[in-house]
Design a protein around this ligand. Structure first.
Ligand code: NOJ
Length: 547
């Protein structure tokens, strides 16, 4: 795949984007209604999270039928219209392929439960006594990763919810069946695919207890994962489409292989190491302040490592599984606008493909829910129970969920300041948290100084400055713990990006010949630069271009 480096991808969580039929749940027609908005923003692709037939236990990541659309979200006709209308605006649609597991309501699993051996081989079933699961592996949503089926006398593996059974990729019939799914959607004009937790598909030949942890080190980036990906890509002819793999707890070495063009696996990878810097001792369910020096180091290591070996990163802060970045690494009150813009700059000008998650371009914040009844997410509800069982008080558990829950990202898009935020005329499936001020699309489109307009500028810059899309990267101001700064360069051009990740003013020596550079972009109007010094305001971002 060539000429993809100047592209920007926008992620839509359809359930929360726009409701066209007033049932309180977003849908495909709602996306069609907002295509002009996305075109104005300037994005190139839309990745839509799963809208296929599903019991919706994990909001569509539990697929019961890969070939049909859940009526909750619309019809095949709606999707065809969406592909067509997006295409007229030069926007490609990317679909989310959940190939590590299916819903237990999928026909294959039902047949497995009916005792059909052929379909039991589609999944990972193990004989065993009902008292001891085959291994000590833990589900990522809490509890054992195994579920016992009494009438079969067997256990099946589910790395996620008990209703999401892991597929057996060692079975060629499974691999071939999944290829048919890609071919089907490709023939409809789909321009790219996001592959859900794709680095978990290859389990070890022998499944054993993990004496050091929850099992992940035994099945992550497993023995045949590269071979299976190459086969999938080759047999479906998707080398030239936009593809991105979601890589859970992965390594740099593996992501280089997944994304290096010569390997013909994927265009790029998501990794999540930089989004764990506010986990206490690596535990998602223990909150601490973000460790900015570690955040910098992780981003730097991945940028430099991928550059060295010609790999390619998906660069992002937000998605439907992550809390909102402005509430997490910024200040969503006093420096709401400044920090949202700074965070956007710090990611968009890196070497890699930027992803914008719906509402990020409006500076949407965390939900700040304060009762368990307000939560919808299966992971949040499971972990609430687990935390209470572990002895945390309700208040403590709720405080942790307020910082960590995936529902922070899943509240409805704020289109206007009408009732239900212009998302729907009916009460939405999940609460709309706060709509004060100009945190909505309508207001921000009219204000040239808004976060929305700032994102427009960043996207436009990637398209007009080759140095941003194609340039090399190195890092600056390494000794400043709260400053994340880098230089992008080609033989002809150079830009320098300086980001203050703190509340404080910071004075820097000009590490470059300031006079030869002009300011290209910033989130403050007044700049304090004198006698070879730069005085950074709280959360300030400065982008300089060499004259
Ligand atoms: C990763 C997805 O992003 C997440 O939302 C989902 O719950 C798991 N994979 C399981 O499919």
């Amino acid at each position: 795949m060539s000429d993809f480096k100047d592209k920007v991808i926008y992620q839509i969580y359809p359930r929360s984007f726009k409701d066209s039929n007033q049932d309180g749940i977003g849908d495909l027609k709602g996306i069609i209604q907002q295509l002009d908005y996305l075109q104005e923003l300037g994005i190139d692709y839309i990745w839509i999270t799963p809208f296929f037939v599903s019991p919706q236990r994990d909001n569509g990541y539990d697929i019961a039928d890969y070939f049909n659309i859940d009526p909750l979200f619309g019809s095949m006709k709606d999707l065809e219209q969406l592909i067509d209308e997006a295409d007229q605006r030069n926007i490609g649609i990317m679909l989310d392929m959940v190939f590590n597991h299916t819903s237990t309501k999928h026909d294959w699993f039902k047949r497995a439960l009916n005792g059909e051996k052929e379909y039991q081989d589609y999944y990972i079933f193990k004989e065993g006594s009902k008292d001891t699961p085959p291994t000590n592996w833990e589900s990522k949503f809490g509890g054992s990763a195994w579920e016992y089926v009494p009438h079969l006398g067997k256990w099946y593996l589910h790395l996620f919810d008990v209703t999401q059974a892991d597929l057996n990729w060692n079975n060629k019939c499974v691999r071939d069946a999944l290829k048919q799914v890609i071919l089907f959607w490709k023939s409809k004009g789909i321009k790219g695919f996001r592959f859900d937790v794709i680095n978990l598909i290859s389990k070890p030949e022998v499944l054993e207890d993990d004496m050091l942890g929850d099992g992940r080190r035994l099945y992550t980036d497993g023995p045949n994962v590269h071979e299976y990906l190459k086969e999938l890509v080759k047999d479906t002819g998707i080398e030239d489409l936009m593809t991105v793999g979601e890589m859970s707890s992965t390594t740099l070495e593996n992501c280089i292989r997944y994304s290096k063009p010569e390997e013909k696996e994927l265009t790029m990878c998501f990794n999540f190491h930089h989004l764990k810097v506010d986990y206490l001792n690596g535990d998602k369910w223990e909150v601490t302040k973000p460790d900015i020096p570690t955040l910098k180091k992780i981003l730097m290591d991945w940028q430099m490592g991928m550059q060295k070996e010609n790999g390619w990163n998906a660069v992002f802060w937000c998605n439907h599984d992550q809390p909102r970045v402005v509430s997490r690494f910024g200040d969503d009150k006093r420096y709401w606008k400044e920090s949202a813009k700074m965070l956007a700059t710090s990611i968009h000008l890196l070497r890699g493909t930027p992803y914008i998650y719906q509402g990020e371009e409006l500076g949407m914040t965390n939900a700040y829910f304060d009762s368990i009844e307000q939560y919808r997410d299966v992971e949040s509800l499971n972990y609430y129970e687990i935390m209470i069982k572990q002895g945390k008080s309700k208040e403590e558990a709720l405080e942790i969920l307020a910082a960590r829950s995936r529902d922070n990202a899943r509240t409805p898009m704020l289109w206007s300041n009408e009732r239900y935020a212009g998302f729907s005329e009916k009460e939405p499936w999940i609460l709309i948290p706060s709509m004060e001020g100009d945190k909505n699309a309508l207001a921000q489109k009219e204000d040239s100084n808004s976060i929305f307009h700032y994102y427009k500028k960043l996207i436009h810059l990637r398209k007009t400055k080759e140095v941003i899309a194609e340039g090399r990267i190195d890092f600056m101001y390494l000794s400043q713990p709260e400053v994340f700064a880098y230089r992008r360069y080609t033989d002809q051009d150079q830009i320098i990006v300086i980001n203050n990740f703190s509340h404080d003013k910071i004075q820097l020596d000009c590490e470059f010949d300031c006079k030869r550079y002009q300011l290209l972009l910033s989130n403050y109007t007044l700049h304090q630069q004198k006698e070879g010094k730069i005085l950074l305001q709280p959360y300030e971002t400065l982008v300089y271009e060499r004259r």
